[in-house]
Design a binder for this molecule. Structure first.
Ligand SMILES: C[S@@+](CC[C@H](N)C(=O)[O-])C[C@H]1O[C@@H](n2cnc3c(N)ncnc32)[C@H](O)[C@@H]1O
Length: 214
């Protein structure tokens, strides 16, 4: 289903309010999980899809990695591109096949971005990830699921898409996404749908955390 979200202005304004603080944002629990569980023990070539303020890209770059950080928002990518070991540029990460040099990644990392795109975009992104990873490379995804208490709030747009707080979220059916990823050829190494993974202020959403290997 193609329902391309028009949320770019929302995100640009969201980051504009915090640009001064760009390098001081703590990493997400998912990024910390990957580092603490030694996924980045050896130097890695990572691409982050939808890097936002870059808190995880910056953290990965300080933990042995060369990072490509992609987001639609140029106000963040411009600043991230000045950071050591980060190459950052503005682009639609659902159409990265337009950049033939983006190949041979050890890790494709997507945190809270699969629920920011429509299902056609998801399909393109997952297939691109498979093609762009080295053999043995990892696809790491965290996303809001249909079990998230936010699912059902706001204006319903069909296909599990809700418009709430001025932007869209397409809540993911975790088991369906897992099957889709397996059907592309990945082996699932880790799959958990739970709260406790992405606590933020008073929120403790149910999210999917998935690590799949090519
Ligand atoms: C919820 S934020 C997550 C940011 C970051 N990954 C984190 O966990 O802090 C979603 C991000 O995805 C970006 N985004 C959404 N759709 C995109 C697309 N098609 N191409 C590039 N960036 C996109 C937004 O601009 C925003 O920065």
């Amino acid at each position: 289903m193609n329902k391309k979200f028009q949320d770019k202005d929302y995100w640009i304004e969201y980051y504009e309010r915090n640009l001064n603080n760009l390098k001081n944002n703590p990493p997400s629990p998912f990024a910390k999980y990957l580092v603490e569980n030694k996924y980045l023990e050896k130097p890695k070539k990572i691409i982050e899809l939808g890097c936002g303020n870059g808190r995880d890209s910056i953290y990965f770059s300080k933990n042995n990695s060369l990072v490509t950080a992609v987001d639609q928002c140029e106000n963040t990518t411009k600043l991230l591109n000045e950071c050591k070991n980060i190459d950052s540029f503005p682009a639609d990460f659902t159409n990265l096949s337009a950049f033939p040099d983006l190949i041979s990644f050890d890790i494709v990392y997507s945190r809270f971005t699969i629920h920011s795109i429509d299902e056609n975009g998801e399909d393109r992104t997952l297939n691109w990830a498979y093609d762009s990873l080295v053999n043995g490379g990892l696809l790491c995804i965290e996303a809001r699921t249909t079990k998230d208490p936010l699912c059902g709030k706001g204006e319903y747009k069909g296909d599990y898409i809700w418009f709430f707080n001025n932007h869209h979220r397409r809540f993911v059916d975790a088991k369906r996404l897992k099957k889709k990823i397996e059907s592309i050829g990945f082996n699932i190494k880790y799959f958990l749908e739970s709260n406790g993974l992405a606590k933020y202020k008073n929120e403790d959403p149910i999210v999917l955390r998935l690590i799949a290997q090519k």
